[in-house]
Ligand binder design. Structure first.
Ligand code: CO8
Length: 258
């Protein structure tokens, strides 16, 4: 796959999508978001891929939506065309697990995109924030919704209203990221985690992802019912037969592609 604003690599059953506009700290523009959607959908449909890693550069995961592109926009340029909604949320349709590997600036739309990943591994160099207020707009890709659900109202309001950045340690304390690793180990750690995920049953991994995401959309009772359907359905999959027979035979399960 060849893209102007992305770099693509695969490692076994893991696909790595790297945001690549280094001169603009990976500011997210229309073309990059179209390409990202295209790459995500291709890997989601690829039977040889079990997990996707989304990353940026050492300096920036992404420093936000492209301010230079947006500066002259009018309401008439944004609302009728569904600016952002049109191509920023493809990632939410991806059924396979997506791990975000974040180093450097992860701001504004960059932080919103990161929060659409399933979990985040951060380099100790990572800086997170929602500084949209400083450029005279609200967040537009979920910052006011996913951030409070993730780190709580007080912290979210603090970040959204003051535009201050938090470092990787604070991001881990608040639950925004699942782990922090030395910057020079970020890709090694992200690939190791993704390789573990990709070695599991892709069917079960997709079901777990869907079920966890359901927790944010429904009541506890309905969510547990939803999960129970997947649990029962698992007994109709080859993955359950392989996983449980491997356990009883005291051997490692081989889920490749199941
Ligand atoms: N858009 C466009 N260009 C950018 C952006 C951006 N968001 N961020 C950095 N750049 C460019 C700079 O203009 C500069 O370009 P040049 O070299 O041509 O002058 C280059 O990247 C390097 O940046 P700096 O020189 O500023 O580097 P510093 O290390 O001094 O500062 C910062 C780094 C602190 C990250 C600083 O660049 C900054 O504050 N950037 C803007 C952060 C920001 O406000 N982000 C929010 C943008 S609004 C948004 O994301 C709305 C999201 C809504 C959903 C999606 C909408 C599309």
């Amino acid at each position: 796959m060849e893209y102007a604003d992305l770099l693509i690599e695969t490692y076994g059953r893991v696909a790595v999508i790297r945001l690549n506009r280094p001169k603009a700290l990976n500011a997210l523009n229309d073309n990059m978001m179209n390409e990202l959607g295209d790459a995500l959908y291709k890997f989601d449909a690829d039977k040889n891929i079990g997990c996707i890693v989304l990353t940026g550069s050492e300096k920036a995961f992404a420093a936000g939506a492209d301010i230079a592109a947006m500066a002259e926009y009018t309401y008439a340029d944004t609302y009728p065309d569904n600016y952002i909604g049109r191509n920023w949320e493809h990632i939410l349709n991806v059924r396979k697990p997506v791990i975000g590997a974040v180093a450097g600036f992860c701001l504004g739309g960059g932080c919103e995109l990161a929060m659409m990943c399933d979990f985040l591994i951060a380099a100790d160099s990572a800086r997170f924030g929602q500084p949209e207020i400083k450029v005279g707009v609200t967040p537009g890709a979920g910052g006011t919704q996913r951030l409070p659900r993730t780190i709580g109202k007080a912290k979210a309001m603090d970040l959204l209203l003051t535009a201050r950045m938090i470092d990787a340690a604070e991001a881990e304390r608040t639950g925004l990221v699942s782990r922090v690793v030395p910057a020079d180990k970020l890709m090694e750690e992200a690939l190791a985690a993704a390789t573990v995920v990709a070695s599991m049953s892709v069917t079960v991994a997709m079901a777990i992802k869907d079920s966890v995401n359901r927790a944010f959309e429904t009541t506890l009772t309905e969510g547990v019912r939803y999960e129970r359907r997947y649990f029962h359905a698992a007994f109709g999959t080859p993955a359950q037969k392989e996983g449980m027979s491997a356990f009883l035979a005291k051997r490692a399960a081989k889920f490749d592609g199941l």
